[in-house]
Each structure stands twice: as structure tokens, then as C-alpha cells.
Design a protein around this ligand. Sequence first.
Ligand code: B16
Ligand code: MG
Length: 214
Amino acid sequence: MISCFIFDLDGVIVNTSVHHFRAWQQIAKRLGIEFSENDNQKLKGISREDSLNTLLEIGNQKVSDIEFKKLLDLKNSIYLDLINGLDKTAILPSVTEKLNFLKSSSYKIALASSSKNAKTVLNRIGLNDYFDAVIDGNRITKPKPDPEIFLTAAKLTESNAENCAVFEDAFAGISAAKEAGMLAIGIGNKEDLYNADYVFEDFGQISNQFLKSL
Ligand code: B16
Ligand code: MG
């Protein structure tokens, strides 16, 4: 029986994935690497460092440690510029309704995002108060697909892993949830998230009854 729901942030709660993609596109352009929306699927949910390594692999390139750090900082400043005006209009469809339902039904709710900017994003969209625990990229040592982030969420909400369900939009995030022994609910399409237990296009497709039955 599920007693705790763990939400990913980018691509699940808020539409910031497109801003991550645009920022990486600018880095790719600077490096002379062709970087498509399809390539971007590989970057979803993984850390900034792992994303840059993946981009360099795509372009078959190597850079010095100093250049690597510079590119990470540049990507982040481009991303921060892009989300400068972020507000609650960026919340994805039916997310607030689902959070209200879960809160009023006394489920535990946690946020588990690889992003080191998760708290900034959460503040800007004004959803802070819903979460019993917030775990971001600053708080973990092993990023998704490692299960650490979700196991930490279980610990902080005093939940057993088998009583947790995770909402994720990334293959790496679904892998991490499964590795943690949790139920994995994909938000996106079945082709990309074939490793999930269930997949829905968005929260509008998930009924309260379904959540209660888990
Ligand atoms: P940052 P999530 C992830 O957030 C994004 O999906 C991924 O594209 C990004 O590289 C990662 O956060 C790190 O973000 O550069 O802001 O620390 O989907 O786990 O909420
Ligand atoms: Mg995500």
C-alpha cells in the first residue's frame, strides 16, 4: 500500500525541461556539437556533470578540467537567465489539483530532484508548502539512476521504500525508483519510459481513485 508519493521536479511538476534543453543547445553550439531534441532525452534527470559528459560523448570531444568547470558554470548561468521570470504559470497541467488531493488525503509528499536549482524553482512556482521533504542535487552524492535520492526521500518521510511511489519523466529517474524498490509512475510516453510500472501523459490522466488503489 502506497503511503508516500515522491515527485521529480523538472518535467513532472514544472516545464523547465525545455530551458535545460535550450541551455545545453547553446553549450553544444559553442562546442560545435550537433544536439537534437532526441539526444536531449539522454540528459533528462541526470546531473549537470553527467549531462556535460554525455554531450561531450555525443560530439566525440574531450575538454580540460578547467574548461569542463567553465562550461558547467556557463550552462547554469544560461539556465538561470532562462528561468528568471518563472512563476506558477509554468506548473504542468493538473499538478496542483493532485497535490491538493494527496495532501488532503494525508499522504506523505516528497520532492526528489537532481537539480541544484530545485529550491529556487520551487520557491518561484510557490509550491513549497506541499512537501514533507525536499531533496535536491546538493543533498546527494550519487545522482540518478542511483537510488540514493529516492531512498533519502523515504528516510526523511519515515516511509518504507515499498510504500513509496515515484512520479518521473526520465528513464534514469524510473531506473532509480525501481532500483530503490519503489513503484515507478512515468509522466510522458511509453516508448521512452518503458521501464516504468505505469505511464501517463500528464496528471490530468491520473484519477484520484487510481492513486488510492495503489
Ligand atoms: P541543475 P529533475 C534534473 O532535474 C533535470 O531533469 C536535468 O535535465 C538536469 O540536468 C538536472 O536536474 C540537474 O539540474 O543543472 O539545475 O543542477 O528532473 O531531477 O527534477
Ligand atoms: Mg525530471
